[in-house]
Design a protein around this ligand. Structure first.
Ligand SMILES: C[S@@+](CC[C@H](N)C(=O)[O-])C[C@H]1O[C@@H](n2cnc3c(N)ncnc32)[C@H](O)[C@@H]1O
Length: 256
């Protein structure tokens, strides 16, 4: 049985928030943006519309709020939702420091309580995209988007989860868990860097879920560590992430 991910993940992020302030300060300053654990550039990925003037945009699991700020900088009216009061406190402090008018709401990305069909663009970078079950947060994103609205989300590639040892040690070249029926992983009790409960699906299951909800897939990107990357990030060594897809980005549209 899957554990109570909402309480666990909220508590994990409240406890860990202080460790992400310096990273957040750096990301808020980045122009143009860089994405994910390996800092792939916006120029290479095109995750955001270039001109967001007048768009209503929402970030689901906004954390420290830098993606929200990047959208604000492009002219959008931005709402960020996060379940962790401590992460939002960092986001609010940085929004004030940057003079950014961003609506930041403490809440669950699976059930935001916001009205139907009010957003032109929704995004999640390692937010709801990995911390919420896809069959819970994707229908909510669908509900929030107007027809023609787009959702972009970035998270771990399923292959990186397959190659991650059960004890949380860095990824290697062994398949450590079944791909069939993949749902994610409970990292709360592992020996190395325990954290919360994360979700992922097989590629086919992602496609099936998008079709069931009614999303069109407009693009799918597999991300690698950029050339020259060194070290280990989020328990994946650079040489692994340079040869195998470490992150994925789905681009979806709610049809008109
Ligand atoms: C790695 S951060 C990603 C956000 C942002 N890219 C950043 O790095 O600051 C993950 C965030 O997801 C949030 N989160 C986890 N579960 C959530 C849920 N059910 N609803 C909203 N936010 C959630 C956490 O509180 C955390 O702030």
């Amino acid at each position: 049985m899957q554990p109570d991910h909402l309480t666990i993940n909220r508590d994990v992020w409240n406890a860990d928030a202080a460790n992400w302030v310096a990273f957040a300060q750096n990301r808020w300053r980045l122009d143009p943006p860089e994405w994910g654990n390996w800092g792939n550039t916006e120029e290479s990925l095109n995750l955001l519309p270039t001109d967001m003037a007048g768009m209503n945009a929402i970030e689901l699991g906004c954390g420290t709020g830098y993606v929200s700020y990047w959208m604000h900088r492009r002219g959008a009216h931005v709402t960020g939702v996060d379940i962790s009061a401590e992460q939002l406190s960092t986001a609010r402090g940085l929004a004030a420091a940057h003079g950014a008018d961003i609506r930041l709401i403490e809440g669950n990305a699976e059930a935001t309580g916001l009205p139907d069909a009010v957003f032109d663009f929704a995004i999640s970078e390692y937010g709801a995209s990995i911390w919420c079950p896809a069959d819970k947060w994707l229908p909510e994103a669908w509900r929030l988007l107007r027809p023609g609205g787009r959702l972009v989300f970035l998270g771990n590639h399923p292959l990186s989860l397959l190659c991650s040892p059960l004890d949380g040690a860095p990824a290697n070249l062994t398949l450590h868990r079944p791909y069939r029926n993949m749902w994610g992983a409970d990292w709360t009790q592992v020996a190395f860097e325990p954290t919360g409960v994360c979700f992922n699906l097989t590629i086919a299951a992602w496609w099936t879920l998008f079709a069931e909800i009614g999303f069109d897939v407009t693009n799918y990107q597999e991300l690698y560590a950029p050339e020259g990357a060194k070290g280990t990030r989020a328990a994946v060594p650079a040489d692994w992430a340079s040869s195998y897809p470490v992150e994925q980005v789905w681009h979806l549209m709610k049809p008109e």
